[in-house]
Design a protein around this ligand. Structure first.
Ligand code: ASP
Length: 584
């Protein structure tokens, strides 16, 4: 028996008990005549004591030689601690050790195993198993477990069945590149790893499973933007015989349950916003609505003066920064530099100060009088003491730029309170999205998404205006889930592929299995998937997902601990009938 108790368990009520504990040496303090050792496991820390008077000499020497992170087993008596430590749960007691075994020695760890460690991100990732011993990482993993348990509890209670779907499949178009796996037994052929279980969950609906969910890994070979992982986890869900409203209600329920059980927060409303409005008012399809600063479009009141930059712009749009008139000239210049950084990409920024006496002072006073500036203030909702920041240019670009500025300012102003939760459904996404690179339309969600009733014909005339039965769930400015009502008849699905530029043969080769299934009585169905990593991070009050993933990959998609990806040897290549043609 390695232990009778954990290192987080013993209290004053255990005094005089004989106990056995196992764990890691967190640290030891050696005063010569007395040695204290902090013994740690997942559950906590217990203080061990060895002293000259009561501890045999050999064991005293052994205690003095213990190094950090040694794995030991001790047996001893629980005694009352002379100086209690109210900061830890076992702080009333210590163990007077009578027996000790060193189960394993340890090299000196390359960083301190403390809440605040001296280890940088790279070294901690390389030794992630040591990092996991630290409370912040350990607690994040435990927190994730709690969230997934609650997901399973809730969905099971609601009649969802968890079904596993295969990982070795063929392409699912979720808009990213596939990871591919060569098949040894089928020379020259490849599996693709699922970008999501999309087609399988639809087939489960054809199969009559009615309500499906799965906590599942998805794989997308994308250029890694900050805080994305090439493999990530979804809570993937699908339901049959449902309309959009049924889905929204079902997953509003799940989200409420999680916020209540995990965070103790009761959310009153799940407001809904049309995609078009989200773009117009926040420049973003995942607006953070914990604070205002809505966009005010200024074309009407700012164009047709002599200011060419605005006259030539597709969109002139501003926001009011609360209290922003307090910014010094230098601070405003820094803001201008901030929006001009390549990551944001604005050409410049015009501003108007809203003075306390009701007058305005702008960077373009030459072109605009007080009446004009009063209209800017009105359109952006600026009050005395605020600062109106205005950007102009191509509509899509300028919205993205102003949205970036809005989020940055909100962060600086402390308006993004991690303990406040503001969910939002964004609805009626466009069905298609124009892709500059390929110069053609792509499915914005995926090609299985159904257009709004009666809009199918519009694909011929104005495809960009067709809206989809597609929705995203947004929490605090992050997309935490998204889904759609699906197409469930072969004719419409074939038409969709046709509009997306697939030839009949291509569509048949790639998605024939799904379209065939639709011919055998496919029920109307729809669903959504949550991004679990991000959801957990946000519920945990953070925005970096890596902390909540046991073994994450770095920004270059590498696992630096196991050193993957790595070359394979020639024999393996031969078996797979593969030859490399490396570019570098
Ligand atoms: N498969 C979709 C995704 O991964 C979610 C859905 O439509 O249910 O985004």
């Amino acid at each position: 028996m390695y232990r009778s108790h954990t290192c987080g368990e013993l209290r004053a009520s255990h005094i005089n008990n004989e106990v056995t504990l196992s764990g890691w040496v967190q640290k030891s303090r050696d005063k010569g005549f007395i040695v204290w050792v902090d013994l740690r496991d997942r559950y906590g820390i217990t203080q061990l004591v060895f002293d000259e008077e009561r501890t045999p000499k050999a064991m005293m020497e052994m205690a003095q030689k213990l190094g950090r992170e040694f794995v030991i087993q001790v047996t001893g008596t629980v005694i009352e601690r002379a100086s209690k430590n109210p900061n830890i749960q076992t702080g009333d007691i210590e163990i007077l050790v009578s027996e000790m075994t060193i189960l394993n020695e340890a090299l000196l760890p390359p960083f301190t195993i403390e809440d605040k460690t001296d280890g940088g991100e790279d070294i901690r990732m390389k030794y992630r198993y040591l990092d996991i011993r630290r409370n912040p990482v350990k607690n994040s993993l435990i927190f994730r477990h709690k969230v997934t348990q609650e997901v399973r509890n809730y969905l099971s209670k609601e009649g969802f069945i968890e079904v596993e779907t295969p990982y070795l499949i063929k392409s699912t178009p979720e808009g990213a590149r596939d990871f591919v796996v060569p098949s040894r037994m089928n020379e020259g052929q490849f599996y693709a790893l699922p970008q999501s279980p999309q087609t399988f969950k639809q087939l489960l609906m054809v199969g009559g499973m009615d309500k499906y969910f799965q906590i599942v890994k998805c794989f997308r070979d994308e250029d890694l933007r900050a805080d994305r992982q090439p493999e990530f986890t979804q809570i993937d869900c699908e339901m049959a015989f449902v309309e959009q409203e049924d889905i929204l209600n079902a997953f509003e329920g799940l989200t409420r349950h999680l916020l209540k059980e995990v965070n103790g927060v009761e959310v009153k409303e799940f407001p809904r916003m049309l995609y078009d409005d989200a773009m117009r008012l926040y420049g973003n399809d995942k607006p953070d609505i914990r604070f205002g600063m809505q966009f005010g479009e200024l074309n009407e009141v700012a164009q047709h003066k002599d200011f060419e930059a605005f006259n030539n712009a597709e969109l002139v749009v501003g926001i009011a920064v609360p209290g922003g008139n307090a910014y010094t000239r230098k601070e405003i210049d820094q803001l201008i530099d901030w929006v001009r950084r390549p990551q944001v990409g604005a050409l410049g920024m015009v501003y108007s100060r809203c003075n306390d006496d009701g007058s305005y002072k702008s960077s373009v006073d030459k072109f605009y009088d007080q009446d004009d500036l009063a209209k800017w203030a009105e359109k952006t909702g600026a009050k005395a003491g605020d600062l109106v920041c205005v950007l102009s240019g191509d509509k899509n670009k300028v919205r993205a730029q102003l949205s970036a500025l809005r989020m940055e300012l909100a962060e600086r102003l402390g308006l993004r309170n991690p303990n406040e939760f503001a969910p939002l459904w964004v609805m009626d996404f466009p069905l298609l999205e124009w892709d500059e690179d390929t110069e053609r339309y792509h499915a914005m969600h995926h090609p299985f998404t159904s257009p709004k009733p009666g809009q199918l014909e519009m694909l011929e005339t104005n495809p960009g205006d067709v809206k989809a039965n597609a929705y995203d769930l947004v929490l605090n400015g992050n997309e935490i889930g998204g889904g759609s009502i699906r197409i469930h008849d072969k004719k419409t699905q074939a038409l969709m592929f046709d509009y997306l530029g697939f030839t009949k043969e291509e569509a048949q080769a790639q998605f024939g299995f799904l379209m065939n299934a639709f011919e055998y009585g496919a029920p109307p169905h729809g669903g959504l998937a949550f991004g679990l990593d991000r959801l957990v991070a946000i519920l945990g009050g953070q925005e970096t997902i890596r902390d909540f993933i046991a073994f994450p990959k770095n920004n270059a998609g590498r696992d630096v601990m196991i050193d993957a990806p790595a070359p394979i040897d020639n024999k393996q290549l031969e078996e797979l009938s593969l030859k490399l043609n490396l570019k570098s």
